[in-house]
Design a protein around this ligand. Structure first.
Ligand code: TMP
Length: 216
């Protein structure tokens, strides 16, 4: 049986990731699963949710980073099972967010290499979309921006730089790469972005799917 594709959408806060993952999932249904990180429903996810939403709930940056990674490991076997059963998995955030957000904190010792370590061994996506909105005021005007920890323009700017550092380190960015597609979504309608994503996914689906997994 052909294995399914792991298609990941990454980006800063409020760039439309959740809308786009949902639209893509709807197009691939019923042969697809949707996974969102952090998954706030698990025990570990509930702790993460508390940290993100309650300003007086403090944890060391290292612990928070390990919780996000542990949350991914919680779902890793299920993810592999879906893919091996031929289902496509559409994913909202993953390892790249994990490294970019934690390393943007500039906590002593938490460089890219340190941040990647706990995620080593997780399945790599077959396609990775990065939604880039070069107009930060556009992002900050989106409904709900500022409600959670990390949602300040200054921090988001650092996270953006870190995302590109992660892409340089892991995906050879800016050299052409089969996996990574950076989509500039500033001033683009939801439909236009969805159409662009869908045409790239269709192209990938038309090719012979990779039989082997690659891992971080
Ligand atoms: P969400 O808004 O997509 O639910 O993500 C919640 C926040 O968690 C968002 O600001 C990004 C951040 N985050 C990390 O810091 N590390 C991670 O590993 C993940 C998946 C998200």
């Amino acid at each position: 049986m052909k294995r399914g594709l792991l298609i990941l959408i990454e980006g800063l806060d409020r760039t439309g990731k959740t809308t786009q993952t949902t639209l893509l999932f709807e197009k691939l249904k019923p042969n697809a699963k949707l996974i969102k990180f952090p998954d706030r429903t698990t025990c570990i996810g509930q702790l993460i949710d508390k940290y993100l939403t309650e300003n007086d709930f403090e944890l060391p940056d290292q612990s928070v980073h390990l919780l996000f990674s542990a949350n991914r490991w919680e779902l890793s076997q299920e993810l592999q099972r879906y893919l091996l059963a031929g289902k496509h998995v559409v994913m909202d955030r993953y390892v790249y967010s994990g490294i970019a957000y934690s390393s943007a904190k500039e906590t002593s010792g938490m460089d890219l290499e340190w941040c990647l370590r706990p995620d080593k061994g997780l399945i790599k996506p077959d396609l990775l979309f990065f939604l880039l909105n070069e107009d930060p005021s556009d992002t900050s005007s989106r409904r709900g921006f500022g409600n959670e920890r990390y949602e300040t323009l200054q921090f988001q700017d650092k996270v953006k730089d870190q995302f590109f550092n992660v892409f340089r380190a892991l995906e050879n960015y800016p050299k052409p790469n089969d996996r990574l597609r950076v989509l500039n979504v500033a001033n683009c309608s939801i439909e236009k972005v969805a159409q662009e994503i869908w045409s790239i996914v269709q192209e990938k689906l038309a090719k012979e799917p990779p039989s082997e997994f690659t891992f971080f």
